[in-house]
Ligand binder design. Structure first.
Ligand SMILES: O=P(O)(O)OC[C@H]1O[C@H](OP(=O)(O)OP(=O)(O)O)[C@H](O)[C@@H]1O
Ligand code: HPA
Ligand SMILES: [Mg+2]
Length: 169
């Protein structure tokens, strides 16, 4: 079933995303140390780069998960690439000392799938919606469940009609 579009929009510029990802790194600086970062592609790649730079982490791994195959509609969860054994076996073999990063948690389903792979890892996202919030340990900004977050890599500059256009009669 196709869900109705989210009524509220939360557009994020590159500048704001960089600031929010840095704020995430500040919060995480007290939660480590972390031996490695696992980023959930593709959305987690950008915050992972920023956090890795701030925390000095150089061992970065990906787990490739996709579920929103259609704009705003979640479909089946596909794990396209698992975590490499060398990273999976770090710490206690359950992810202790590993930091997992994604851009956001919405329903929490993506984070849940990765948590099953690394139950003791520290999960961090830049943004969180209420349903996904219990799945992450650290995040920066919460937005309501009926909000769609527009990331800078999904947007471009476009013409905006003047506010007064709507009042012409
Ligand atoms: O909490 P959830 O409801 O599971 O949704 C959150 C996930 O959805 C998006 O990824 P998506 O599957 O769209 O893939 P992408 O990162 O490649 O854009 C986002 O980057 C999160 O990973
Ligand atoms: O609010 C969102 N914005 C962008 N991608 C997403 N994937 C799940 N929820 C969202
Ligand atoms: Mg994603």
């Amino acid at each position: 079933m196709v869900a109705p579009p989210q009524p509220k929009a939360f557009p994020v510029s590159w500048d704001q995303f960089h600031r929010d990802a840095r704020a995430l790194a500040w919060r995480l600086s007290g939660a480590g140390p972390f031996e490695a970062i696992v980023c959930i592609t593709r959305g987690g790649l950008v915050p992972a780069a920023i956090v890795a730079r701030e925390l000095g982490t150089r061992l970065i791994e990906t787990v490739c998960v996709a579920s929103y195959h259609d704009y705003q509609n979640q479909g089946s969860m596909q794990v396209l690439k698992e975590i490499a054994p060398a990273v999976r076996s770090l710490g206690d073999g359950r992810g202790k000392g590993v930091l997992v990063i994604d851009d956001l948690t919405d329903t929490g389903k993506t984070a849940k799938v990765v948590r099953e792979m690394l139950p003791d890892a520290h999960f961090a996202t830049v943004y969180a919606k209420p349903a996904g919030r219990p799945m992450v340990d650290t995040f920066v900004t919460e937005v309501s469940q009926d909000t769609w977050i527009y990331f800078p890599w999904d947007m471009g500059l476009s013409y905006q009609a003047p506010i007064t256009d709507g009042h012409k009669g």
